[in-house]
Design a protein around this ligand. Sequence first.
Ligand code: CP
Length: 306
Amino acid sequence: MFKEKFQEGIISARDFTRDDIEYILAKARKMMTHEKNSELLRGKILATLFFEPSTRTRLSFESAMHRLGGSVIGFSSGDVSSIKKGESIADTIRTVENYSDGIVMRHPLEGAAKMASRFAKVPIINAGSGSGEHPTQALLDLLTITEEGLKLDGLNIGIMGDLKYGRTVHSLAVLLSNYELNVYFISPKELMLRNRDKEFLRQSQIKFKEATQYRDILSILDVLYITRIQRERFADIEEYERVKNFYVFTEEDLAQTKDEFKIMHPLPRINEISPEIDNSHKAIYFKQAFYGIPMRKALLAELLAD
Ligand code: CP
């Protein structure tokens, strides 16, 4: 059962089997057919601890919790917590678990969510751990793909941008490895997928290729998932300056794609997708933000309901 398996929380996409993914996708679809507001989590409190900036993840978790009848406490910057005074993650978690029934946490350290789950008696939801993972984003990405008329098995998907530091793409690639599909990883050489991520994908036997250009393969893709170059992760800002404008997807590119093609982006976008294509039916990145609510409602209901 999903609830028992994930009682410590949602830490990594690697913890998900295909059955787990299908289960939570089905639950999220049900959330879309239910009343917008319910009392399912009435009396429950969610803590949202964000040590890095966020618009979509924090606000959609908070909105989902409110819509399920629960309430929210937390902070949107580490600067206003006692971490600023030197308190450890472990002590923060051992404190906040007394005030809440579940904790959603974003932190710049890759292992932060895993570490937090070792100390917590309440479920921890990883809302982004450094360059490592962002599993709930990947789940809502799969919900978006399937709700927008595409099937995961048989999909030709390009994943383009900062594959080294982009946590959303790491979790997405791992979830996709549960399906029979083809992935094309497209990035500047400096920002290719890390060896440890590639090793995991090889073991999962997913079919993938790496490339530095996307135009040659645009016509065969069903989905192109673009991410921003993660400026905040670069130790050398000159390296960022060299690669920051590597890709800008334009109207001319869109014209090369097939009718059912979709372009996705977890957002925020900087300049990697031209705003001129925002109103195209092929551009579904703001729908991803919409699907964050039913997916996060489903996860919260599963983890926190009695
Ligand atoms: N997709 C995503 O994680 O967006 P935020 O950084 O705004 O939460």
